[in-house]
Write a protein that binds this ligand. Sequence first.
Ligand code: PEP
Ligand code: MN
Length: 341
Amino acid sequence: MIIVLKQECTPEQARSFSETLEHEYGIRVNTWVGTQSTVLGLIGDTSVIDIDSIAAQDIVESVKRVQEPYKKANRKFHPDSTVVTLPGGQKIGGGGLALIAGPCSVESEAQICAVAERVKAAGAQFLRGGAFKPRTSPYSFQGLKAEGLKLLKKAKEKTGLPFVTEIMDVRHIDLFLENGVDIFQVGARNMQNFELLKELGKIDRPILLKRGLSSTLEELLMSAEYIMSGGNDRVILCERGIRTYETYTRNTLDISAIPILKKHSHLPVVVDPSHASGIAWLVEPLALAAVAAGADGLIIEVHNNPAKALSDGAQSLTPDQFDKVAANLRAAAAAFGRTVD
Ligand code: PEP
Ligand code: MN
């Protein structure tokens, strides 16, 4: 962190400010006295320093971070890539290609079990399905809630596929744990629900953290930091498209997010081409692009009857379509030297 002090700041004020910083944050301060201004260079862990409170000091002209404000999620402090491994041995990260597939919403036992069987046969290692749904309209289908969790558990018993489902409320954490939720999804709308993130930092389950609709990559990493600073370091980042001025797609898939996140963080990165596009035929090309850009996995919506789906039918693949997409994704991953079994 670099702090430029105002021209009128006296040497005595600069010295006293440096000492306060060193004392409060356990860092070292280097001082350069120029002809126009004095510059302080802070050395050490500056991630806990509130940049706004520095900027608010009378003697401070400007302040700039030169080190990222996230530490636990930062590759600089953890050079090896994190691999999230589930008790059944399924992995996200580590060179393979994780395929997470299933309906937007769990609708019935027959539906979730049929889709689970099909995506498993196509090579998916994880099932997805929403039980508590974040819908724009309160009049839209809100999910089967606790019943949906039970049905996901049944589908897991039948197929052995661990499942990912979205948590929206801290009050549901115990219910999710009781129902054996394998991976807790934090949806785009809750990426900055800090109280939820803090509670998820205390549990022993991986968290699939989706990028907010209009969040920067640094904000996404800071949200991961919230979970990790609570003690849960099994966070999977998810790029699911951001809102832009484009109207031909539901969102705009930010392909550059993949290499950037992987450069700055050691956490695995998964891409959701379904919510990024909103259109079933666009899922395959976006998913292939994500593999080429280095994504560790994909989360794809698959429905046994998209025309009748209670949510996100337009972007859902049929099981037959998913068969073809999964085969092409595996072939693409293998072509890029990934280990795909
Ligand atoms: C979902 O996965 O069904 C979902 C609502 O995702 P997002 O939070 O990315 O919109
Ligand atoms: Mn959906």
